[in-house]
Write a protein that binds this ligand. Sequence first.
Ligand SMILES: [Zn+2]
Length: 306
Amino acid sequence: MMDRRLFLAGLAALPACSEIGLGARPHKKRMAITLDDFQLEFDIGLDKESRHENILNAFDAVGHKAAGFVTGSFVTSDWGRRVVQNWLDRGHLIANHTWSHPHASETETAKYLADIQKNKSYLDELLRQVDFFRFPYLDDGRDRRQQTALFDGLKDLGLRNAPVTVGTVDWFTSNRLEAALKINPNKDLGPYRDYYVEMCVTLANHWDGVAQAVGFQSLPHLTLMHHNILNGHFLKDVLLALKSDGWGFVDAAEALNFSAYHAMPPEPTLGRNWLTLRQRAANVEIDPYPEQYLEFGRKEMDALGL
Ligand SMILES: [Zn+2]
């Protein structure tokens, strides 16, 4: 007969067994980094070659293959084309982010689709084939009718939608940093690094909580950042901090292929996180958005003198 204590110990051990494959798998924090736009010109305090190399080296530091969502009109120079080519040579993915970065809701649908097509032709010439597309400003149409026409258009172009599940508001932080560098090119950047690293980790964990609340276990998150001076300086710090916080990096090609991302969202996105739309559809409670990053972190940065 089985010893009662052993029996109880066995029961206590059950959850651990189920975690290693018999039942539900343990939750994993996983993300792919996507860098949008490729506005490459700002070079005060960090030259363009260093910015470019630092970003690619940051991915290497954590063994990550990322995705760049390129707005073609930003990379028509020899340097721009070289940056794109380098991303490909180093194993990263390049995707479509329109030719001229328009707002869909303010643009006639046919004109908007022609802008995507123009970028597709340009990138296809550079790269052979591009499979994924992201709407600038996460604006996929002013209403259901335009949204439907745009998603039909994407399908005709052979492109799949790439939403965002972790937004970092890095563009706002970088704008503030650029403004400060214009005034003082030798500005102490440490406080910007600390602020940015903490923001990325906090927001990643917030959105991962939302993902779990709406029923996704180990969602392959798509994190939105931009090719800017902020990431030229601190992307490596951010990725290493995420790694220390328990995040793993899943290749962007794999994360972008997660099929739930491709379908038209249940309502026009209007700049919102894909998970916000899922949460609204599921009508579940989630933790409030971290207050310090409301309004893109404006008040918090003001308070820190950044
Ligand atoms: Zn953009």
